[in-house]
Design a protein around this ligand. Structure first.
Ligand SMILES: Nc1ncnc2c1ncn2[C@@H]1O[C@H](COP(=O)(O)OP(=O)(O)OP(=O)(O)O)[C@@H](O)[C@H]1O
Ligand SMILES: CC(C)(CO)[C@@H](O)C(=O)[O-]
Length: 280
């Protein structure tokens, strides 16, 4: 019987962010605010002679994950990894960070690496920055709530509050993170659009996120149509960063979003990554 460990990490919908370029990877990342969600990635890690990654979603299987392969190599282990998620990949749900945190949490236990929670987070953050799959998602997903990151990396202060209201989200397609982070022009409008403060409550979070989305010029025409329908119904809503999708709250949110595609009803997460089991 092959030893196996299973862990879970919540995902993260970024509402607004600004890239911070540090001298080192540990101090490179982003500031900004987003909501940590109860949906994320479950990762099953088994001992193996060489590393392989299977990604399961919606009954489909794909193979390979550059950030996970990079991270396992950096911590010096080989493993057979299977990740499972319900939300779409590349759509602004922070699933690369969740996949990294779940996989490294499981691998740390399976291989008795003795990494602290910060050690696991630092390895996940490094993979995100180097592979250009994220900037602030790891720091956010280390805990629950609506999370406002006051500095880059995993050791900076994060202010969190925990609304009870559900968050409704929908996706119209992917927006590969690397394509946005790699464009100097887009990153300049993102930087200028940054709202420069943390949200006071959930409504304020929507207000700041929406003003950022508008000013960053990231809103594609089909995303704009959904946001306009939300506005007409008085539903607070903004764009999932970075994905062609919308998140919204309030009584009418689910009905409005459902006119445009599949709606995911999410709860605000109460905690960050955790080990589910180790099978000896
Ligand atoms: N569930 C997953 N399991 C394994 N690897 C993943 C998973 N989700 C994302 N990745 C890896 O991260 C890469 C980049 O994903 P990307 O950053 O575009 O998506 P995301 O993290 O879902 O979205 P975003 O960062 O925009 O919120 C993917 O090509 C894949 O290699
Ligand atoms: C860059 C980003 C918007 C997408 O992954 C996120 O990591 C963030 O908020 O830094």
């Amino acid at each position: 019987m092959v030893r196996t460990a299973v862990a879970f990490s919540p995902g993260h919908i970024s509402g607004y962010f600004r890239r911070i370029e540090g001298r080192e990877i540990a101090t490179t990342g982003s500031i900004g605010a987003g909501v940590v969600i109860d949906e994320g990635v479950r990762s099953t890690v088994e001992e193996a002679g060489e590393t392989s990654v299977r990604v399961l979603r919606d009954g489909c299987v794909s193979t390979g994950s550059p950030p996970i392969e990079y991270a396992l190599d950096r911590i010096g282990v080989c493993a057979r990894v299977t990740t499972e998620c319900r939300l779409p990949i590349g759509a602004g749900f922070g699933l690369s960070a969740a996949a990294l945190l779940a996989t490294l949490t499981a691998a740390n236990s399976l291989f008795d690496l003795g990494l602290s929670a910060d050690g696991v987070a630092a390895a996940a953050h490094e993979a995100e920055v180097v592979q250009r799959t994220g900037l602030g998602d790891v720091a956010a997903s280390l805990g629950g709530g609506v999370a406002c990151r006051k500095g880059p990396g995993i050791t900076a202060e994060v202010a969190r509050f925990y609304p009870e209201e559900p968050i409704y989200a929908m996706s119209l397609g992917p927006l590969p993170t690397a394509s946005v982070l790699g464009s100097a022009e887009t990153m300049a409008s993102i930087s200028a659009a940054y709202p420069r403060r943390c949200p006071h409550n959930l409504i304020d979070f929507y207000r700041l996120s929406r003003s950022f989305a508008e000013r960053s010029r990231l809103i594609a025409p089909d995303v704009r149509r959904v946001l306009e329908a939300c506005d007409a119904a008085g539903v607070p809503a903004s764009m999932t960063m970075l994905g062609n999708g919308v998140f919204a709250s309030g009584a009418a949110a689910e009905g409005v979003l459902a006119r445009f595609g599949e709606v995911y009803k999410l709860a605000v997460a109460r905690r960050g990554p955790y080990l589910i089991e180790v099978i000896p």
